[in-house]
Design a protein around this ligand. Structure first.
Ligand code: DC
Length: 204
């Protein structure tokens, strides 16, 4: 059983995907963290802007245990991840790991940008979690403890643009995904709606 949770940055998909995994007793993989590891590793290898060569090398020899969550969660690493993620060789190098994870029993929830479209097109339930850029910027601003709303909003827009316009596996809702706009929802309501949507899907 596979649940694919896709959507733009800061739409709430991580929180929702974790809650789904807990609810159904499934394994959980935040695939964005893999791209963040690649971005961080490329930053460490050569600074900004990251080089494609460093990103491809990092993706080919990735050890997910070598990074702490804390060092991955900042906007510099997020945007390096988004740049690395547009390189087709980086995406290919990360594919096997994600697909093997998705096959774990009794089931897995994966969150990212292309889970329902490329990584696991066979997923039984696909959710596309979104919210307006302004709402996502407010949420990200609180998360980062930043005082500069305008620059957080600009980062969100730049990332949306890069993630949805790239040629390989762009951010797009799968045709059979349930789209959930969380702009007007608190987290409890969004999680409940996601659980209902997933359950409704695998009855069919
Ligand atoms: O979800 P996140 O913000 O941690 O993801 C960081 C970047 O990684 C995001 O801007 C695009 C990329 N990404 C991707 O291209 N495909 C995925 N499945 C997950 C993330």
């Amino acid at each position: 059983m596979i649940i694919a949770v896709d959507g733009p940055a800061a739409a709430g998909k991580g929180t929702i995907a974790r809650a789904l995994a807990k609810h159904f007793g499934f394994h959980f993989l935040d695939t964005g963290s893999l791209y963040r590891m690649v971005g961080l590793s490329a930053l460490r290898a050569g600074g900004e802007p990251i080089s494609a060569r460093a990103a491809v090398a990092a993706a080919a020899s990735l050890n997910p245990l070598a990074y702490s969550d804390e060092e991955l969660r900042n906007e510099q690493v997020g945007s390096a991840a988004s740049i690395a993620a547009a390189i087709p060789e980086v995406r290919t190098a990360l594919l096997d790991f994600q697909r093997a994870f998705a096959r774990k029993e009794p089931g897995a929830v994966l969150d990212g940008r292309d889970i329902g479209t490329v990584v696991c097109p066979e997923a039984q339930a696909k959710l596309f979690i979104t919210a307006s850029p302004e709402v996502r910027a407010r949420r990200r601003q609180m998360e980062l403890g930043s005082s500069d709303y305008e620059s957080v909003l600009a980062d969100i827009r730049a990332r949306d643009d890069r993630d949805s316009k790239r040629a390989t596996a762009p951010l797009v809702a799968a045709k059979d995904a349930v789209v959930l706009d969380t702009s007007e929802m608190d987290i409890e309501a969004a999680v409940l709606a996601a659980i209902r949507a997933a359950e409704a899907r695998w009855v069919h």
